[in-house]
Design a protein around this ligand. Structure first.
Ligand SMILES: Nc1nc2c(ncn2[C@@H]2O[C@H](COP(=O)(O)OP(=O)(O)OP(=O)(O)O)[C@@H](O)[C@H]2O)c(=O)[nH]1
Ligand SMILES: [Mg+2]
Length: 312
């Protein structure tokens, strides 16, 4: 069976098998479910780190610095860049490919972009499943980079153990300019380009804004300034990522992210199965629609009947 060979390849960390598997998951190809089921017992080891920020915030530069630091520590690292707005060959990520080329030929690094194919609503779960593939392939840390697109970033954050939101000085309106809701998804806020003179002011502005909603000291612990070009602040950020990841993944933690994630996956899979069993032209739907129209059933009543598998 094809999936069986792929599973073995992924577990051995073979790049071609990993790439093929991610494509299967991304494009919902036949066999993707069997593949994920086969890999499932081998997942749960990787630390999943979300990283998001406006265009030009410094995501690629910081990722390159984090990658180098993690490689020096002997960790295997993967980056999955998700861009819901551009087609697969889109330009936005090409620059990243070039930057990441410094890791080309290093089998401890895997970089891949994932774009547009999956329906927008399904992109985050598909990205999460692609991370499962990388997790099973033995990567210690998997970064899910998203290219600031509001709701998609939020959904992607739910697939991660730790989420970093990057804010850069010199973008004009400071934190006012950020997409609404983006700050709330962060476990750690990262002020990038810390070598620039406006960075301290931005950090103060960020702290003031965040402290309205929560304990100021607790917030301060979670705001980190880095100057990734020169590497300043990167080891400290890495330590905070590992610390936040350990908390999020602790079995006794109040909201183990893995459980939340699995609950969401379960719902998404149930919806997928439902849609598969009931294509829009299913006779059962036509019959129920007629009954709803005649006042014999309500929409919610018919939906309940469908879910319970019984007759309305
Ligand atoms: N001064 C300074 N500039 C930086 C630093 N980090 C990144 N930059 C610059 O900021 C610009 C954007 O950096 P990128 O890392 O490409 O930002 P990005 O968020 O990946 O951008 P997109 O992929 O276009 O969304 C580049 O010109 C970088 O050289 C830093 O630590 N200090
Ligand atoms: Mg970039």
């Amino acid at each position: 069976m094809v999936e069986g060979r792929l599973i073995e390849g992924v577990l051995r960390g073979e790049e071609a098998a990993i790439a093929r598997s991610i494509t299967m998951v991304e494009e919902r190809l036949p066999g993707a479910r069997a593949l994920l089921a086969g890999l499932a017992t081998h997942t749960g080891k990787a630390l999943r780190v979300g990283l998001t920020g406006a265009p030009g915030a410094g995501k690629s530069t910081l990722l390159a610095a984090l990658l180098s630091a993690l490689r020096r520590a002997g960790k295997r690292v993967a980056v999955l860049a998700v861009d819901p707005s551009s087609p697969k060959t889109g330009g936005a990520l090409l620059g990243d490919r070039v930057r990441m080329a410094m890791h080309a030929g290093d089998s401890g690094v895997f970089v891949r972009s994932m774009a547009g194919r999956a329906a927008l609503g399904a992109l985050a779960p598909a990205a999460g499943e692609a991370v499962d593939v990388l997790d099973a392939a033995g990567f210690d840390v998997v970064f899910l980079e998203s290219v600031g697109a509001g709701q998609a970033d939020h959904d992607i954050a739910l697939e991660c153990d730790v989420t970093l939101v990057l804010v850069a000085p010199g973008s004009g309106d400071g934190i006012q300019a950020l997409k609404s809701g983006i700050l709330e998804i962060a476990d750690l806020w990262v002020v990038t380009k810390g070598d620039r003179p406006e960075a301290a002011g931005l950090k103060a502005e960020l702290l003031a804004s965040l402290s309205l909603a929560a304990d100021a000291r607790a917030i301060e612990e979670r705001v980190v300034t880095v100057a990734a070009l020169g590497g300043q602040g990167v080891p400290a950020l890495l330590a905070k990522i590992e610390q936040a990841g350990a908390v999020a993944r602790a079995p006794g933690s109040l909201e183990p992210r893995q459980l939340l994630r699995l609950r969401r996956r379960l719902l998404a899979a149930a919806a997928e199965l439902c849609a598969e069993r009931l294509p829009p032209d299913a006779p059962q739907l036509a019959e129920l629609a007629t009954r709803i129209k005649s006042g014999d059933l309500t929409v919610i009543g018919a939906a309940r009947a469908l879910l319970s598998g019984g007759n309305a």
